[in-house]
Design a protein around this ligand. Structure first.
Ligand SMILES: *[C@@H]1O[C@H](CO)[C@@H](O)[C@H](O)[C@H]1NC(C)=O
Ligand SMILES: *[C@@H]1O[C@H](CO)[C@@H](O)[C@H](O)[C@H]1NC(C)=O
Ligand SMILES: *[C@@H]1O[C@H](CO)[C@@H](O)[C@H](O)[C@H]1NC(C)=O
Ligand SMILES: *[C@@H]1O[C@H](CO)[C@@H](O)[C@H](O)[C@H]1NC(C)=O
Ligand SMILES: *[C@@H]1O[C@H](CO)[C@@H](O)[C@H](O)[C@H]1NC(C)=O
Ligand SMILES: *[C@@H]1O[C@H](CO)[C@@H](O)[C@H](O)[C@H]1NC(C)=O
Ligand SMILES: [Ca+2]
Length: 602
């Protein structure tokens, strides 16, 4: 705390010696004069003549899922490139938005990518604008900001480009951050005493990139915001298609959507508040039985992107079996868990089927990321196809085993000792939509628990988490989907979400880092319904949400322990309070053992 205070005080000595007129300093020569010294980062050399710099004025950053947007932004739009010594054809492009001195708030923001890309380009850079942060992104040397790992990972089938692999895994982010921080300091002629706070923000693959830095370079960031991290890369999306094949039934997305709707209707009130949001997927998993959907009607218009004609019918017993099998998680032939599960209230967007007009039948359609990752990283071949016939849970287990032995030190981002980050005073907020259909929320809870067990072995569960929350907090966002509060399901229906979403996670992080403003619940903004726009807290794991006293009748004052025995649905009453409670069964639900693996795989 003392150190933090000191840094905050130092941060007040904001002094800029350069002109505050944007066109005056947003020039190629001024940017070149702000370059890190040639020996600043050994092994890297800036590419002469690579700089571009253009002043941008009165720019509007549109609101995005994790920032509120901003108007009237003035910044210098800069790109430049560097190469690794000894690799003359190498070119890594960096791209920065450097706010005008008047708008710069002594903040640096590294941004991450998504899918197989390490950059979101302009969309990611805009994240820094509302916060007066110099923001930066890299193409990792993959050939431009619209390229990705799939274009460079293999020199040819069987010949892996390990430089690209390592760049993607962690190294490109690190180089970008170190160079970007120094350039930022020099660009604003900041004195050595001025604290420039350093942040990371990213979701999915971007979240993994942030985690890779926390695990490896504990002193580069003061604050890190990690959303739905893809830390178990390569991730596999085969549980849905395999469940369908096992029962030889390929339900339409329409039939599956009906089951999801039934699950949400059933599970919504279990959290004590009937608002269309399932805040307790653990209770939903334990109690909803897909059989209860059998016979319920569905009727959907065409889904052109899946080639599907209009379809109507009633939920079949086979569809119910397939749904239950999908939710169960992936089990191997010895009935051991290979892949974590999804809750019934999470939509089936990772389990869609496509209509084949040639056979007039629905067919399984694994998420294309799976064959891509398996072909490139496991089989090391350039191929777009991977027949589902070649896949089974036992095969998936062996892929994970192979991938672990091959990539544990690169793309698997699971190192559980974060002591250097903690010791350096780093703060981390991890957020994960509880209804994420791409990467199950349980992936983040399992990793969080691994950190807890590693770093606080002597403490009990709740005490361990309480200690860890001083620098590392995980929030499961009720109803939240993958990096986004709302979802568009495979039917093209935008799902309303009446829950809070952490739109301003960076604001919470910056206040925590810069002002020492600690918090238990992450501030979210209600996205829909009557309370749209209002602030609402999100519980920190392992505590779980319960609304009000959750007793029958639902008119309680909301002061109970959330253990009420009443039954029946409860309406959302004014005055019903959110409580965050520890629940042993819920905790166990979120920390399963993937016992298909002899090594502690997850
Ligand atoms: C800035 O942009 C807004 C709309 O985007 C416009 O209304 C305003 O006039 C602009 N201001 C200046 C100084 O150009
Ligand atoms: C920033 O510069 C890049 C590269 O020159 C360009 O593609 C992009 O359009 C610029 N962005 C803005 C907001 O001017
Ligand atoms: C700031 O730090 C750099 C590198 O340590 C040093 O070369 C420089 O003299 C310092 N400047 C001031 C004003 O202290
Ligand atoms: C679900 O309900 C069906 C029909 O009532 C029943 O046969 C089955 O055992 C139930 N499954 C579970 C897991 O309770
Ligand atoms: C499905 O919905 C359409 C449009 O609302 C309607 O015309 C049609 O009769 C419905 N089909 C069935 C089988 O209910
Ligand atoms: C809320 O009450 C219902 C009905 O008694 C119960 O089934 C459910 O478990 C309760 N939820 C919590 C979180 O305690
Ligand atoms: Ca609810």
């Amino acid at each position: 705390m003392g150190l933090l205070k000191l840094l905050v005080v130092a941060g007040l000595v904001v002094k800029s010696t350069c002109s505050s007129n944007l066109p005056d300093f947003c020039t190629i020569s001024f940017v070149e004069s702000s370059f890190p010294a040639p020996d600043f980062f050994q092994g890297l050399e800036l590419i002469a003549g690579s700089v571009t710099a253009q002043p941008v004025t009165n720019f509007t950053a549109l609101p995005d899922s994790t920032h509120p947007g901003a108007t009237g932004r003035n910044f210098c739009n800069v790109t430049f490139a560097y190469r690794h010594v000894g690799r003359p054809s190498d070119r890594v492009n960096l791209w920065l938005y450097l706010p005008s001195p008047a708008q710069f708030k002594n903040r640096f923001l590294a941004t991450g990518g998504g899918g197989l890309s390490v950059t979101l380009g302009a969309r990611g850079l805009a994240t820094g604008l509302p916060y007066g942060a110099a923001s930066i992104t890299t193409d990792a040397g993959f050939g431009g900001f619209d390229s990705d790992l799939s274009r460079v990972i293999l020199y040819g089938s069987g010949a892996m480009n390990y430089d690209a692999l390592i760049a993607y895994s962690y190294r490109a982010m690190h180089e970008m951050t170190v160079l970007g921080k120094e350039l930022t300091r020099k660009f604003y002629s900041s004195s050595n005493l001025t604290k420039i706070y350093s942040y990371f923000h990213g979701c999915s693959e971007g979240g993994r990139e942030g985690m890779s830095q926390v695990q490896r370079y504990g002193t580069t960031f003061d604050g890190v915001s990690v959303g739905s991290p893809a830390i178990r890369h390569p991730i596999f999306h085969y549980h849905g298609p395999l469940a369908q094949r096992k029962h030889d039934y390929y339900p339409s997305v329409c039939e599956l959507a009906r089951i999801t709707a039934d699950a949400i209707a059933f599970c919504d009130p279990l959290d004590g508040k009937t608002d269309g949001v399932v805040a307790r997927t653990d209770l939903c998993f334990a109690r909803f039985n897909a059989s209860s959907s059998i016979g319920n009607p569905y009727n959907c218009s065409a889904v052109p992107q899946l080639g599907q004609p209009p379809i109507a019918g009633t939920v079949s017993a086979k569809a119910a079996v397939v749904a239950a099998e999908t939710w169960r998680g992936m089990y191997d032939s010895k009935n051991k868990l290979v892949h974590p599960f999804y809750a019934p209230s999470v939509d089936f967007s990772d389990s869609v089927t496509v209509f084949n007009p040639a056979t007039n039948q629905l067919e399984p359609y694994p998420n294309p990321l799976s064959p891509a990752v398996v072909n490139l990283l496991i089989k090391e071949v350039y191929s777009a196809t991977l027949p589902l016939d070649e896949v089974s849970p036992d095969v998936v287990r062996e892929w994970v085993n192979d991938a672990m032995s091959k990539y544990m030190s690169t793309i698997f981002t699971l190192w559980p000792d974060l002591t250097p980050f903690k010791s350096n005073g780093g703060k981390m907020i991890v957020w994960h939509g509880e209804a994420d259909a791409m990467i199950p929320a349980v992936s983040s809870t399992m990793y969080q628990d691994k950190i807890r067990k590693t770093m606080y072995p002597g403490l009990g569960v709740q005490q361990g988490y309480a200690e860890m929350a001083k620098w590392n907090k995980l929030f499961l966002v009720p109803g939240g989907s993958h990096c986004d509060p709302g979802t568009v399901d495979p039917l093209g229906v935008v799902k309303p979400n009446n829950a809070a979403w952490p739109t301003e996670v960076l604001k919470s992080l910056m206040e925590w880092v810069e002002e020492g403003k600690d918090f238990e619940r992450l501030e979210g903004i209600v996205q829909g319904g009557e309370k749209k726009g209002e602030k609402e807290g999100i519980c920190g794991f392992p505590l779980r949400p319960v609304w009000g006293s959750n007793t029958s009748g639902g008119n309680g004052k909301g002061k109970g322990k959330g253990k009420g025995k009443g039954k029946g649905q409860q309406q959302d009453d004014e005055g019903e309070e959110l409580q965050c409670v520890f629940d042993q069964q819920s905790f166990e639900f979120f920390t399963p053992k993937l016992d298909s693996f002899l090594v502690d795989a997850y």
